[in-house]
Design a protein around this ligand. Structure first.
Ligand SMILES: C[S@@+](CC[C@H](N)C(=O)[O-])C[C@H]1O[C@@H](n2cnc3c(N)ncnc32)[C@H](O)[C@@H]1O
Length: 228
């Protein structure tokens, strides 16, 4: 049985999947499943934190077929390829720092017209300003100590007013000595201080240890200026 959980995201039996934008082509060895004349790619929650969040009860997924996404830390394109399946008439700008990961990402992009690889440092958003328009969603998964600050820089530069963000906080990348709960609290405070509105925060166990997915909106105004 197939059930549509969110636009472009399906439950097939006990697994989740997206409709394959490039029929016959796999990205990371995922299983392809044919149902009612359409081909789906199973979305593995142990390989993708967004899939894990969906399995764990994400309440809202700010993606549709025409969404424009800025994806920070795309790596080899595992999650970005599923985002590209969903935003099939939109665009997924994929920023990645590692030239090695970029080689694989380029192969994924060859088959997917809506996936645009950008070899750059997400900490320097001005370095890709000539490539980008404003986007509806910024997705951050760079596993760096300064990940919240880097997310905020990109929100200010590229997110449309009141657009959405998905922020993957990896506690161990930020502070190996502190308790993850303490790190999550600190990073959430940074977001709200900067004027972001948190819609949901979700721990990703048992799929990913010490990770928090934060879904939110950002208007660009700080809480102080919003009050005026
Ligand atoms: C956890 S992996 C991303 C996994 C990927 N989001 C997925 O779900 O398929 C983190 C990636 O972020 C990249 N990265 C780390 N720092 C970065 C930076 N400052 N700018 C861009 N990419 C960065 C790393 O090279 C790595 O490929």
């Amino acid at each position: 049985m197939i059930e549509e959980l969110f636009e472009g995201v399906y439950r097939i039996d006990s697994e989740i999947a997206t409709l394959n934008l490039t029929p016959g082509v796999r990205v990371y060895g995922e299983k392809l499943v044919r149902r009612e004349g359409r081909e789906y790619r199973l979305w593995n929650p142990y390989r993708s934190k967004l899939a894990a969040a969906i399995m764990l009860g994400l309440k809202q997924l700010p993606l549709s077929r025409s969404t424009r996404v800025l994806y920070l830390g795309a790596a080899q394109g595992t999650t970005a390829s599923h985002v590209s399946d969903i935003a099939r008439e939109g665009v997924v700008y994929c920023v990645e720092l590692s030239p090695r990961a970029m080689q694989s990402l380029l192969r994924v992009a060859e088959a997917r017209e809506n996936l645009i690889p950008i070899l750059a440092n997400a900490a320097k958003p001005e370095s890709y300003c000539y490539l980008l328009e404003k986007v509806d969603l910024v997705y951050q998964d760079i596993a760096q100590a300064e990940q919240t600050e880097i997310l905020l820089k990109n929100l200010r530069a590229y997110l449309k007013k009141n657009g959405h963000f998905v922020h993957l906080i990896k506690a161990r990348s930020i502070d190996v000595t502190a308790e993850p709960e303490e790190v999550f609290k600190r990073e959430l405070e940074k977001l709200t201080r900067a004027g972001a509105r948190v819609l949901q925060a979700l721990r990703l166990e048992p799929y990913e240890k010490d990770h928090l997915l934060v879904l939110g909106r950002f208007s660009g105004a700080t809480p102080h200026t919003q009050d005026r």
